[in-house]
Structures are given as C-alpha cells and as structure tokens.
Design a binder for this molecule. Structure first.
Ligand code: BGC
Length: 349
C-alpha cells in the first residue's frame, strides 16, 4: 500500500516536473478571427494535427480585436502553454506580452503573419507572400494581354490591412509584375490611388473594400469608362469589390484577383464574377508548424528555408515558406475537391 502511494506521488512529481509530460505538452494557438474562413481552417487543422501528435491545444480566436488577442495570450501563458503559435492581428502590438513569454522561456512561432519589433519570436512559417502577389500580378498581365496589346487598360487596386506585414509583400509582388506596363502607360489607374496607404483596406474588411469601390466607381467610372481589372490582395477584399460592382449594375465583370480560395469566392469564380484566387493549403502550413513544434520539443532545429527575407525590425526571423498555388475555374476541381479540401456540396456544385 505504502509502495503504491509512493509510486503515485513520484509519478505526479515527474509529470509536474515535465519529465514524463512530453505527450501532454501544452500549445497555445492564437488565431485572429473566425469571420474569415481561412483562419477557421488554419485553427482546425492546427488543433487536429497537434492533438494527433499528442499535444494539448489551447486554441483561441480574437475577433480581430488586438486587446482580446493580447489577453488570450496572457491566459495561455498563465495556463501553462509551453510553446505559442500566433497569427497576429496587429503584428506590431504584441511586444509586451511576448516579453512575458520570453521571460518564461516560452518559444513563439509566428504563424502566417510576421510578428514585428521583438526578439521574442523564434520562427516564422508562412506562404511565400511576395510570390502570392507575383502570381496575382502576372495573372493580370496575361488576362489583359498586356504584352501584345497596343491600347491601354484601366485598373484599380484594393490592398490588405496596413497592420499586417504580409499586405505589403502581396502588393509589392503584384506591383513589380505590373510596373513596366504602368510605366509605359499601358496600364492606367484612373483614381491615381497607387501608394500602399491609399489602397490599403483596414482589417481586410469586405465592407470597407466595398465602400471604397463604390466611391471609385462614382468618381471615375460613372461616365461609362471601362474598368478592365481590379487587383485585390485577397478574397475578403475581392468579395467587397464584386458586391460593389454588382450593386452598381455591372453585368460583365472586370478581371478580379483574390487569395485564399474561400467558398464564397470560389462560387464567384464559378459564376464568372471573380477571375482567380490563390490556394494556400492550410493543411500544409499546419503540418510545417507541427513539424517545427516537434523539432523544438526534441531539442533539434526546425526545418527552415529562408533566413534572409523576414526582418521584423529587431532580427531576421528564420522562416519556412510554403508555396502558394494559382487557382481558377479550370483547375479548382483537382486542386480543391479532389484533394479533399472542399466537398462538392460546400462549393454548391
Ligand atoms: C493572410 C491572407 C488573408 C489575410 C486576411 C493575411 O495575413 O496571409 O491569407 O487573406 O491575412 O485574413
């Protein structure tokens, strides 16, 4: 009897000291919002894959509210998270809470979005953000036949949220692909809104994108001027733009880019109201991050493939970049349905 009590006591001590706790390592996963489909998939995939690998997961969504995300992170730390995975809302707002994580020896992985101005971030895993923009820009070069045409086209630009480090990369990639044609005058931007600050959409909000597009149409296209394309950085902004165009009575839609392959946007692509999207398979990103966590738990170096690009203002964060993939009405079935990402029912086909 005495012996049993001793063994149980020893096991409890060992469990609390972490010696036999590896199977129950607690991972805090902070996601920005449930309002965008992709983050639900990211969170769901992270949780499922981490649990399958034996971890305990504390998954929180912050409703795009920076203060809420900070208090969620504080709670994760208080509740014993041993590693934090964070898709930040405002990449520059987490310095103070991450100081606490650093003091507690809790490593931080920046998920999809880089966390800025802190040395408390250990690794970054994302899709190649510049390449996302390049694919969007090159798509417009092709779709508008810019290489061969002699007349000019009119385009407008709707970018991402200024507090998200990714947004500038997306825009830079797309801009670099379009720049020769803007310079030569083949691409005209009638609103003149080209600077990142002018084209950014706070919180990637569909409503804000829609009302800005409403204004652009009223100011620059109400005289019947043709709108040939709208470069949208992602699907939530593209949704706002298509809603605006539909509201303004457009029947033939301009070429519109997107990113994420959200269900609503895939339906728009199939209905000819959006031209393309970028598929960022959240299962792959989750897999990479789970791999990083496992390596860290074993005390080995996680796999990284970029040690130069992502300077957060304090350090260059070692990064794993996944490859983004072009998606449109021609390849979506293989990419999204056959791969098991969506069912036919979800896409309404
Ligand atoms: C992500 C995009 C997403 C956007 C809005 C970005 O940081 O990389 O995939 O569309 O945030 O949530």
């Amino acid at each position: 009897m005495k012996k049993t009590v001793l063994i149980v006591a020893l096991l409890v001590v060992l469990a609390f000291s972490g010696v036999v706790a590896s199977a129950a390592t607690r991972i805090g996963v902070a996601m920005p919002t449930q309002s965008l489909q992709r983050w639900n998939q990211d969170g769901g995939n992270m949780k499922a894959q981490l649990e399958a690998a034996g971890y305990v997961v504390d998954l929180q969504y912050a409703n795009n509210d920076v203060a809420l995300q900070i208090s969620q992170l504080e709670n994760m730390i208080l509740n014993g998270a041993e590693i934090l995975v964070i898709a930040s809302i405002d990449g520059s707002a987490l310095g103070t809470v991450l100081e606490i994580a650093k003091d507690e020896g809790i490593p931080v992985i920046a998920y999809d979005r880089l966390i800025m101005e802190t040395d408390a971030v250990s690794y970054y895993a994302t899709f190649d953000n510049y390449m996302v923009g390049t694919i969007q820009g090159e798509y417009l070069v092709e779709a508008l036949n810019l290489k061969n045409r002699t007349d000019s086209v009119n385009i407008e630009i709707v970018g991402g949220s200024a507090d998200d480090n990714n947004a500038r990369y997306f825009y830079q990639g797309a801009y670099d692909a379009l720049e020769p044609y803007i310079k030569s005058g083949k691409v005209v931007i009638p609103s003149g809104q080209v600077a990142f600050e002018a084209i950014a959409t706070m919180a990637w909000s569909s409503e804000r994108a829609q009302s800005r597009m409403d204004n652009l149409i009223a100011a620059h296209y109400s005289d019947g001027r043709k709108l040939d394309a709208v470069l949208c950085s992602n699907d939530s902004t593209a949704l706002g733009v298509t809603n605006s165009l539909a509201g303004a009575g457009f029947e033939e839609f301009p070429a519109i880019t997107g990113q994420d392959c959200d269900v609503a946007n895939m339906k728009n692509i199939l209905a000819g109201r959006q031209s393309m999207s970028i598929f960022k398979d959240t299962r792959t990103l989750a897999e990479k991050v789970v791999g990083m966590i496992q390596a860290m738990a074993e005390g080995s170096e996680p796999e990284i493939n970029d040690t130069e690009t992502y300077d957060n203002g304090v350090k260059v964060v070692p990064t794993y970049l996944c490859a983004p993939v072009f998606a449109d009405a021609d390849n979506y079935y293989e990419l999204l349905v056959e791969s098991g990402y969506y069912t036919e029912d979800q896409l309404g086909i």
